[in-house]
Design a protein around this ligand. Sequence first.
Ligand SMILES: *[C@@H]1O[C@H](CO)[C@@H](O)[C@H](O)[C@H]1NC(C)=O
Ligand SMILES: *[C@@H]1O[C@H](CO)[C@@H](O)[C@H](O)[C@H]1NC(C)=O
Ligand SMILES: *[C@@H]1O[C@H](CO)[C@@H](O)[C@H](O)[C@H]1NC(C)=O
Ligand SMILES: *[C@@H]1O[C@H](CO)[C@@H](O)[C@H](O)[C@H]1NC(C)=O
Ligand SMILES: *[C@@H]1O[C@H](CO)[C@@H](O)[C@H](O)[C@H]1NC(C)=O
Ligand SMILES: [Zn+2]
Length: 584
Amino acid sequence: MVLPPSQRLWVGMLVVMLVVVELPVALQKCIFDEVQARTRVVRAAPIHQDSPPRLRAQAGQRGSHSGRMASPLHGLRSLRNKAPPTPTSPQPIRIWSWIPRESSNLSEAEKERLEAAVEEAVRMVSSLLSVNRVEGPLLLSRDINKYCKFLWRNSSAANYNRCGRANNNYRSETCLDVTIPDDHLAGCDIYAEPDSPRRTELRPEGAGLPDTDFLLYLHVQATDKCRAEPHVLAYAVHCQTDSHGRPVAGVVVICRDKLTGATYSHRAAVQTVIHELFHALGFSKDLFHTWRDCSSTSPVGAGCSPRGKVTHSDASDQMRIYTPSVISALQRHLASSDPELGGALENLDVPPGGVSSHWEARVLQGSIMAAVLGDSSTVRIDPVTLAALQDTGWYTVNLSRAQSLVWGEGEGTTFGSLSTCQSSSFFCTGSGFGCHYLHLHKGECQTDEYLEGCRVYKPFKNGSECWKEENTRRSAEEDWSGEIFGSDSRCFFSNLTRQVCSQSFLYSSSAEGRCYRHRCTGPNRYQVQVFGSEWVDCPAGGTIQIKRYLGLVSCPDRRLCLYADIMPPSEDVNTFPAAVTRQV
Ligand SMILES: *[C@@H]1O[C@H](CO)[C@@H](O)[C@H](O)[C@H]1NC(C)=O
Ligand SMILES: *[C@@H]1O[C@H](CO)[C@@H](O)[C@H](O)[C@H]1NC(C)=O
Ligand SMILES: *[C@@H]1O[C@H](CO)[C@@H](O)[C@H](O)[C@H]1NC(C)=O
Ligand SMILES: *[C@@H]1O[C@H](CO)[C@@H](O)[C@H](O)[C@H]1NC(C)=O
Ligand SMILES: *[C@@H]1O[C@H](CO)[C@@H](O)[C@H](O)[C@H]1NC(C)=O
Ligand SMILES: [Zn+2]
């Protein structure tokens, strides 16, 4: 099969829901659960020692991920050798991306955007997750319930559970509107008699994909779902799992018009692909029950729930994931030793007792696996999400590459509950202006459906970034508020008013978010400079006055000069901020 030029192979992979930059009013939500629920997942049968050897193409092509798919090597078949002893140490996951026929014709500009976003997302994911690699080419399974009209059901027959008659209507395997190329699929045979080894080949064995642990079908299309849900940028499903239950193939649908829009953001697209990939790789409510429940893998003890069930509700009916790494990551994050501190799951749009495939927004705001991704400079690949991927049991995760979440750090067990959000400094009350909790943006105190009445300072639609010099509106107003915009500026609560001729006529008594320069002098220690002033020490948790200004600047505690990886996004579009856990 010769592939048309548009069907390029990419190094990369994954399936999930995509979300883009959150506009203050319009949330970008993820519809992963809705889509996955309607997708049939093919699970590979466990490999039995006595199963007859299948012919398998040895279409090597080892080590050439970047090339185009080779055409099947007909006639080069040989019996597959007994598997050589596998080097069992997990290796970075190899994700192969494939644009199926169903994808629309893409313009060069669209292709470039797509390629750049997927490549970066895949690189990121591969640097985080390692797997026991697939040996030889990855071949997807055919669904026996589709190609077969009946199976031999007599358990003492030699062909027990094999296919006795082909389904004449069988055409191909699909996954979420994508037709899986025959070349990616294992062959299948019909055994016309219950005991005879004679078989006829219904479909030949495909060549498979060399050097691949996960196959990502990238379907770029203006689907009905894209049209129906204007804030959906992409969505995804997993379609096949291996005999251990690990997803090996999935589809990510990228809504085409989101690639063309004037507001396209590379960083947001990368985050969306990563989010969808995490879903497809296992962060899915349909797979939670297969995750490592610590009560079965280790004695019940530190970080273990005695209930022996991955998801269940806590005392206040909040659904949570109780797996060992998630519990210990949350304990560390919230500075709590509560053994029942599971990962809280989103409850919006979920039937009572049901589960969602996203974190609860109040508890893990800013996480890459929240249902809504905010401004791309505020989204984090956080320690709890990486712990969850570790607890799938299929991946070895480099937890030291987690990005600081900041949100809720050290706030204790009850952080993010409806009853405590009024009293935490991470939340706000009322409707005033202030600072987003990372202090990179000015914000407005708002709620949304996921926050259920709790409120946070959300960045404005435009002009809220303190680090952007172009947000400067030097005017009479700036002169009295003292704001300075630039790469080292951050947001401070302030009611400074410049004294003009010993009189402050533009008088504002309530504090709001303002942008001032800062420079670190140690962990959680820094100085501040406002327009026309010297550098002044700003003691964390205290307030300062500035010469020639009335009013006060508040100095945030444990938000500035503490996390080396909280910084304005780099101008270089190809750099996902490196994960740093080291603190200044
Ligand atoms: C894709 O583009 C080619 C050439 O430009 C055209 O012949 C073909 O019909 C297009 N296919 C679709 C699905 O638009
Ligand atoms: C099942 O298969 C065995 C061996 O072929 C045969 O002896 C037996 O009669 C079969 N049983 C039925 C119920 O068909
Ligand atoms: C994990 O990531 C850190 C930081 O990037 C790196 O230094 C370390 O070598 C990685 N560890 C493994 C086992 O890959
Ligand atoms: C920012 O928002 C203001 C008011 O909402 C609007 O007038 C202005 O055009 C916007 N600027 C940009 C660059 O979108
Ligand atoms: C600034 O706010 C403080 C309380 O936070 C208040 O005491 C003071 O009067 C305000 N100053 C001005 C100039 O508004
Ligand atoms: Zn999602």
